[in-house]
Write a protein that binds this ligand. Structure first.
Ligand SMILES: Cc1cc2nc3c(=O)[nH]c(=O)nc-3n(C[C@H](O)[C@H](O)[C@H](O)COP(=O)(O)OP(=O)(O)OC[C@H]3O[C@@H](n4cnc5c(N)ncnc54)[C@H](O)[C@@H]3O)c2cc1C
Length: 339
């Protein structure tokens, strides 16, 4: 074991003082379901672990003027079970209930879910976020890339964004509250995720001495939302492709749509093409299918993952049909509804 310092601050101010201006020196510990696995494998070797579980003000779900505030330390099982979320954001509740396993949802926090590190097997084997051969070629492009990105993969990043909840939060237009040494700020979840261009960067917009304190989901009255996940198995696993959609309808026609794909790119992938394909139209088998095709029209699969193009198109199509309240084949992973 590599020695590290373990600290449990009681205030946000104290916690911020214990974080570092450089990534890798100090790590935040929330539920620990990702961080501890990375530490056990020596992929992450911080000098200090800052346990934030005791920080005040980050454990509650509360209705605020600008929407529903979910503290960053609220666990996934509490989100899935919260009556208010099941009533007002049923697609979010279902998407969270589908993530991981009961044991993990019992520990995992929403802040940690958004900051969890990629499942890329090169990264998890200590080869870095942007693994390269000695002569600078991408190990992913040259190697086994069957689970890697089909969009946003111009390089040097080829991993896929792992959170299955982030696409749904983006579809609902969620914002993050972040605090750091220079004060508080807000960021759209959509803009939070970044494609790193060097090993010194992370997959998001957070600085190494900042904390997520809450997510705020705007009111969603009348929004029809749903997600669809294509998984190798129905039990706990990361899906191969997902889609989350949120629709504002004008009668039977789509007034506006947010369509976000997961597990296809280094960031949750917002598809303007798919949204345009259904603008002003009603959702049926034909229009949903056309939106799915539009969503992957710019996909550039790697050598071993062209199968994901079809899966992503199907995920978008089925999420749209589910959001519109229509029957979806193989319904076990399609959940949704209108608030
Ligand atoms: C078998 C298995 C299956 C899984 N399946 C899924 C799935 O289907 N869908 C899915 O989305 N996820 C899945 N996960 C991942 C799981 O949801 C995450 O590990 C979990 O949400 C991380 O939350 P945590 O509180 O345990 O974070 P931690 O492990 O404590 O932290 C994770 C990262 O986030 C940072 N962090 C934590 N909280 C904050 C904060 N408030 N501000 C800033 N940084 C912070 C930490 O420093 C660390 O880098 C699975 C995990 C396992 C082990």
């Amino acid at each position: 074991m590599i020695r590290f310092e373990y600290v449990s601050p009681n205030s946000v101010k104290q916690a911020l003082g214990l974080l570092s201006a450089n990534w890798g020196e100090a790590e935040i510990l929330a539920g620990g379901t990702d961080l501890l696995a990375l530490m056990k494998d020596y992929v992450v070797t911080p000098k200090r672990v800052v346990n934030i579980k005791q920080l005040p003000g980050m454990h509650a779900i509360s209705a605020e003027r600008d929407g529903l505030r979910i503290g960053a330390l609220v666990t996934l099982d509490r989100i899935a079970d919260a009556a208010q979320i099941r009533r007002d954001y049923p697609a979010l509740a279902q998407c969270v209930a589908d993530a991981a396993s009961p044991q993990i949802r019992n520990m995992a926090t929403i802040g940690g879910n958004l900051c969890q590190r990629p499942r890329c097997w090169y990264f998890r084997n200590g080869m870095g976020l942007l693994p390269r051969t000695a002569d600078g070629k991408s190990l992913v492009v040259e190697g086994d890339n069957r689970y890697h990105a089909i969009l946003g993969n111009e390089g040097p990043a080829y991993f896929v964004s792992p959170s299955t909840i982030a696409p749904m939060l983006i579809a609902y237009g969620t914002r993050l509250h972040v605090t750091g040494p220079t004060g508080d700020r807000e960021v759209d979840v959509e803009k939070f995720f970044r494609i790193p261009t060097s090993e010194n960067e992370r997959e998001h917009d957070l600085k190494s001495n900042e904390l997520i304190t809450a997510v705020v989901v705007p009111p969603a009255k009348g929004v029809r939302a749903a997600s669809y996940e294509v998984r190798q198995r129905a039990s706990f696993d990361w899906p191969l492709a997902t889609a989350a959609v949120a629709l504002q309808m004008n009668g039977s026609a789509v007034q506006s749509a947010r369509i976000v794909m997961g597990a296809v790119a280094p960031v949750p992938w917002v598809s303007q093409e798919a949204a345009q394909a259904i603008a002003g139209k009603s959702i049926d088998e034909r229009t949903a299918s056309a939106a799915g095709e539009a969503a992957v029209s710019k996909a550039r699969p790697l050598s071993h993952n062209d199968y994901k193009v079809k899966l992503a198109a199907v995920a978008v199509k089925r999420a749209l049909l589910a959001a519109a309240g229509q029957a979806v084949p193989d319904v076990h992973n399609a959940r949704g509804g209108a608030a």
